[in-house]
Design a protein around this ligand. Structure first.
Ligand code: DP6
Length: 361
């Protein structure tokens, strides 16, 4: 598929008004997306587990304008409260996707959204938020062009979500989602995420992820700025090459259920992501002292317990603790007894791998 194929054919139906709701999850990358080209094209391919509990629910109510407008008309509310701060991000998103969703200037919209995770928990809500919004917009387009296939619907939802936030492309469908062209992953695309097409061992089913909320404050450096700093970064090419190699290694690890191989790739990816931040110009550090305390505790516990618990990080101080379902009791006891003290207000969220977004209404 090319970008052009996402420009819709003339709409065949006319709809005056309606309402649609989607619930879309967050995701946690195993091989990280860090660095991008123009139009939200990733500098390297990435893969993530889809989460189940951390999700955004978005309702879009739409009403046709008397005549098409030159600008976008919408209101946004978070948990029932009008959120003016969200408007610029959504305006930028609408600008980017307008050529693929020409109905955007023919309707006025009310966007109501809420997250399952605590406000400003430091959990990235852009993946779940942008994917939920993209799905609602696709549902509206499906009403205008009812003959579209479900595959096209999902692909275009991921394509649109990507234009809102890169990682959101991986939150539409599937428990393991790959985004970005990779020579050995058939069907992979820079334009949208695909369900990981290769064999995955049963040990990775229902894999657990406990998110430790280490720092809930505003990040000093946004992901978008961080991605940008990969332009001209001294280690960029080497890093992009490494991501391709790690995806290749992950193929065998996932097929064979090689948990030690999994740990080594996933932890190295997390530390490399932060190493890129520490070696960019300007350089910055998003980990906090408690992030390091937690990492060291995990390493010591893994050694003692012979379990397969490991960590990953996204662009912040929070730690994602990953472990197989059959080690859940032991690892969750360790988290509650030994790691919760390093979290702000002792907060953490037990999550596990889910299957993607759901239509609610
Ligand atoms: C570190 O998707 O938040 O979580 O495309 O600028 O919205 P934008 O960036 P975003 O970047 C996420 C980066 C990451 C790694 C990952 O999820 O792959």
């Amino acid at each position: 598929m090319t970008e052009k194929e996402f420009i819709p054919s003339p709409y065949t139906k006319s709809v005056l008004s309606g309402k649609t709701t989607y619930k879309s999850p967050s995701n946690i990358a195993l091989v990280k997306y860090w660095g991008k080209k123009e139009n939200q094209i990733p500098a390297n391919p990435s893969i993530s587990f889809t989460l189940n509990e951390c999700a955004t629910v978005t309702t879009v109510t739409y009403e046709r304008l008397n005549e098409p407008s030159n600008s976008f008309f919408f209101d946004v509310a978070l948990d029932g409260k009008v959120e003016e701060n969200f408007k610029p991000k959504i305006s930028t998103f609408f600008e980017r996707v307008y050529q693929y969703l020409p109905f955007l200037k023919e309707y006025q919209f009310k966007i109501e959204t809420s997250n399952s995770f605590p406000h400003s928990s430091g959990i990235a809500s852009s993946a779940s938020g942008m994917s939920a919004l993209a799905l609602c917009l696709m549902e509206i387009e499906r009403n205008l062009n009812p003959e579209m296939t479900q595959d096209y619907f999902n692909q275009k939802a991921s394509f649109l979500a990507r234009l809102g936030s890169g990682s959101a492309a991986r939150s539409i469908k599937g428990s393991l989602v790959q985004w970005g062209v990779h020579a050995k992953i058939e069907g992979s695309s820079n334009l949208y995420g695909v369900e990981y097409p290769h064999k995955v061992h049963s040990v990775f089913q229902n894999y657990c992820d406990t998110i430790l909320l280490v720092d809930k404050g505003q990040k000093q450096v946004s992901s978008t700025v961080g991605h940008d700093l990969m332009h001209g970064h001294p280690f960029a090419e080497q890093r992009f090459h490494q991501a391709h190699e790690n995806l290749l290694k992950l193929e065998t690890v996932l097929a064979e259920g090689d948990l030690n191989g999994f740990i080594s790739i996933v932890e190295s990816e997390a530390l490399t992501l932060h190493a890129m931040m520490m070696t960019s110009q300007p350089y910055f550090i998003l980990m906090k002292p408690n992030t390091l305390e937690i990492i060291n505790k995990i390493w010591a516990f893994r050694e003692d317990s012979k379990t397969h618990v490991c960590f990953t990080l996204d662009a912040g101080a929070n730690v994602h603790v990953l472990y197989p379902e059959d080690e859940k009791a032991q690892v969750q006891e360790f988290i509650e007894d030994e790691l919760a003290v390093y979290c702000q207000n002792g907060q953490f969220i037990h999550d596990f791998v889910g299957n993607g977004a759901q239509k609610i209404n």
